[in-house]
Structure formats: C-alpha cells, structure tokens
Design a protein around this ligand. Structure first.
Ligand SMILES: [Zn+2]
Length: 341
C-alpha cells in the first residue's frame, strides 16, 4: 500500500546506495527473494509459479458498482466508484482536470512501464463482474472503494495466488484506489516535488501510485530503498517513513527492476514498437522522431523500446542508453521491412 505523502524528510542517499549494493549481491543467488522485502513479501507470480518465468496477464477495470467481498479489508466500505461517472469517480475527477482519456492513459503507462521491465505481457479485457476479492479472473482488476476512516493510503494491491502474506486467493490481483483520497496527474517530471492540493497535502500521482500497486499485484513486496517505486509501509516495525512520497516517481529503480526480473525474468530485447500496437510502422518512426526533437518525453517503456541501436552500429537490437538518430533510422528501416530485429 502506498501512503499519501504527508511529510518532507531529508534524503537518505547513503542508505540507498548501501541497500542497492546488498540487493545486487543477493540477486546472484538463484531463486533468492526479490529485492529488499521486509517482513513477508508478496512473493508469488502469475502463470508458471517457478521463478523466473514469463507471464501473460489479463487485467480489467472492475465493473462499476460491484461491492466488497468477505475477504476485503473489513475497514473498507462502499461499492466500486471507478467508472460510475459520479462525482467521486476518480476517472471523472482526473479527466475533468486533464482531459478525456487522461486517467486511462496514466493507467496504461503504468502497465507499459512494468511490461518493459520484465518478461511480462498485459492484455486489457472486459470485466466479468463480481465483488472485490471474490473472483479470480481477469488476473488484475482495478476498482475504487472507501478505505477506513483516517487511512491515508492512496491504494492497495494484492499479489498473485499463493502469496507469502496469505491473503485469501480470491483477492489475488485485485487493486483498489481509495476514493476518499486525493489524486492528480502531476505536471512535473521524474524527481520533481509533487504538487500540493487544498490543505497542503500532496496529491497522489495516478501513474506513480498505479506503478506501485501494480507492482504488488505482480508479486513484488515493499522495499525501504528511498526512491524505489515499491518503497512503502508494511508494518509498524518497518520504517517506511524513509520512503520518498513527495516527488514524482514513475521510473523503476534498480531495486524494483531486480525484484520483478527475479520473478518473471528480464524483458525481451527492445523491438522499436513505441506505440505498443504490436507492429513497427510509421507511427513508431514518428514517435521516435518526436523524442529525438525533444517534442515528446518518453515514459520508461517507450524509452526502453525505442533504444534499439548504437551509433557504433552492429547487430540489432543494441541498446546504448540513449535515443539517437541511429534508433530512428533503425525503427524506420524496420517499419519499411528493410531490416528485421
Ligand atoms: Zn505498497
């Protein structure tokens, strides 16, 4: 669960560096627990339960108005407000400020970032109905309910079936936003201070929050690496207050990447499909061109998929950590069916 930012704390850079080093060391052990999981992690995975193996995961927006099953946290109340079109529908609240489709686009970006990070594929499907925590298909279902009074969490995500925390399996993959909280699509870039709203509270950035909660639904537990996406509270003994909730955080850190790759394996090589339509064509070349001209700031997934070539040439793909003319040319040639990779 990601807690709404409430305080500003000094950075803990040294701790971060040390923990990353520990994580790097631990990942050399086959089957080692992902990243820095404190207490019990989520720890299970979709599809083949053996780590690491790929997964093809279905997800849906939960049917508006469905209720809370007996396994849902007892303090929660209400019915799913996401998609109702009512005044407390988070999609409506976001789209009213940021334009039609803005909420869904932020959700899709969050999925795309995880898909680019590990050997994962996501497919959006129609929801089949059923209360929160009662049905197991689609794999991940996203809704919004009222968390307990005074609960500052922006959302909650439950891991795949058989998770280490022993959540009842009907909860597997269910993800709820707290419709009593405050949300936004922050205008800042990675690392910028989060915008504050009425009362001086930090507004939950939808993309960053969903990135965190989707991480849980994939089986990744909390870490205390300060600027990791999966930094979070777990138990009173766990000092999640080290987590940086006050800045835009939409980029997976080494700790997050180690965690998800331990479970699902690394993502396949970049293919140039920046538009995520499963083909490389003029649309991808256009997007690459806009990135190159500085007209489009790529999200993590787009960057990973666009970084196909090195200026030094060689066999493709050859990611070099930057988007250059070489990437644009390679994507254009692939779109023209002149080359394949
Ligand atoms: Zn969390």
């Amino acid at each position: 669960m990601l807690t709404q930012a409430q305080t500003t704390r000094p950075g803990t850079r040294l701790r971060h560096v040390l923990l990353v080093a520990l994580v790097a060391a631990s990942t050399a052990i086959p089957g080692a627990r992902a990243c820095t999981v404190y207490g019990k992690g989520w720890g299970s995975k979709w599809d083949n339960p053996v780590w690491p193996n790929n997964a093809v995961i279905t997800w849906s927006f939960m049917t508006p108005g469905v209720g809370l099953g007996p396994s849902a946290p007892p303090a929660w109340s209400g019915t799913n407000t996401l998609g109702t079109g009512a005044g407390n529908d988070i999609r409506v609240l976001i789209d009213n400020v940021h334009g039609a489709g803005a909420f869904d686009a932020a959700v899709l970006r969050a999925f795309a970032t995880w898909a680019a990070a590990a050997n994962l594929q996501f497919t959006q499907v129609a929801d089949q109905g059923g209360d929160f925590g009662t049905v197991t298909a689609p794999d991940i279902r996203i809704g919004a309910f009222s968390f307990g009074a005074g609960d500052p969490a922006g959302g909650a995500g439950f891991g795949p079936p058989g998770d280490d925390i022993n959540f009842p399996d009907p909860l597997a993959g269910d993800l709820a936003l707290n419709d009593l909280n405050n949300f936004n699509i922050d205008p800042g870039n990675e690392g910028d201070p989060l915008q504050t709203g009425p009362g001086g509270i930090y507004l939950n950035d939808i993309e960053g929050l969903l990135l965190h909660e989707i991480g849980h639904t994939l089986g990744v537990g909390h870490t205390r690496v300060t600027d990791a996406v999966l930094c979070g509270y777990l138990a009173p003994s766990f000092n999640g207050q080290l987590c940086d909730y006050t800045h835009v955080n939409r980029v997976l850190e080494a700790d997050d990447l180690n965690a998800v790759r331990n479970i699902y394996g690394p993502a396949p090589p970049p293919d140039g499909d920046i538009s995520f339509d499963c083909t490389v064509d003029a649309a991808d070349a256009l997007l690459a061109n806009r990135i190159l001209l500085g007209l489009l700031a790529p999200n993590g997934a787009q960057f990973t998929r666009a970084d196909v070539a090195s200026p030094l040439g060689g066999a493709l793909p050859a990611p070099d950590g930057q988007i250059t003319m070489s990437d644009l040319i390679a994507i254009m040639r692939k779109g023209l069916r002149d080359i394949t990779f």
